[in-house]
Design a protein around this ligand. Structure first.
Ligand code: GLN
Length: 221
């Protein structure tokens, strides 16, 4: 049994939990709020939210250094939106001026809020390497833009010709929110790729009827 963590300091934590409950009944899902919680997980999801706030809470809880150590030791992490910002190697100054420190493990150059404000949030089809089926419904909410991909990262997801997701070994960073699309394929593919056992199972009726969260519902990002 693997333990899958969701960093639960701020942001769209319940949405990740829900996506995980749906694809991973055979694994344990844990909320990570302390260093002890972090030590107990085999993979971690970093949610979307407000990267400056999450960075501040990571630091005050001691998780910043602990997460850096676990990343260096190969912890698999799927980071969405604000989560990706926190993992990126380089931030270009954002339009809003304030930028968080970053952990630097994803070799990408990123700018926060580069697609515009909350009302400019949008949904667009995304092509994801290795993902079978129709294009993935990419939900972009005050998303960071990937401006450059360094030699240490691999493009993983595309919106048209634009890279909107990368991987670096077991660390994935996505500018959009698979946890908000009601489509569990990304969570499933990530866990299948980083955990040895298969996470495949038939799609449940709960998934099929999961409400879609529209960008306008996601305030204060
Ligand atoms: N705009 C947020 C930030 O820069 C990220 C948005 C999100 O995670 N939906 O931190």
């Amino acid at each position: 049994m693997s333990r899958v963590g969701v960093l639960a300091l701020q942001g769209d934590v319940p949405e990740h939990e829900r996506a995980l409950q749906d694809v991973l009944p055979e694994h344990e899902v844990r909320l990570v709020r302390s260093v002890a919680d972090l030590e107990a997980v085999d993979a971690l999801f970093l949610p979307g939210g407000e990267s400056t706030t999450i960075a501040r809470l990571l630091e005050s809880s001691g998780l910043w250094a602990a997460l850096g150590r676990r990343l260096a030791a190969g912890l698999p992490v799927l980071a969405t939106c604000a989560g990706m910002i926190l993992l990126s190697r380089r931030l270009e100054p954002s339009p809003t001026g304030r930028d968080p420190p970053t952990l630097g493990v994803l070799d990408v150059r990123v700018r926060r809020n580069d697609y515009g404000r909350q009302r400019e949030s949008f949904e667009a089809p995304v092509r994801i390497e290795g993902l079978a089926g129709p294009p993935f419904p990419g939900v972009f909410i005050r998303s960071p833009r990937i401006l450059g991909v360094g030699a240490g990262a691999h493009p993983l997801a595309y919106r048209g010709s634009e890279v909107v997701g990368v991987s670096s070994g077991p660390v994935w960073g996505l500018a959009f929110h698979p946890e908000l699309s009601g489509d569990p394929r990304v969570h499933r593919a990530f866990l299948r790729s980083v955990l040895s056992q298969s996470t495949d199972r038939p799609q449940s009726s709960k998934t099929a009827t999961m409400a879609r969260t529209t960008p306008t519902k996601m305030a204060h990002r």
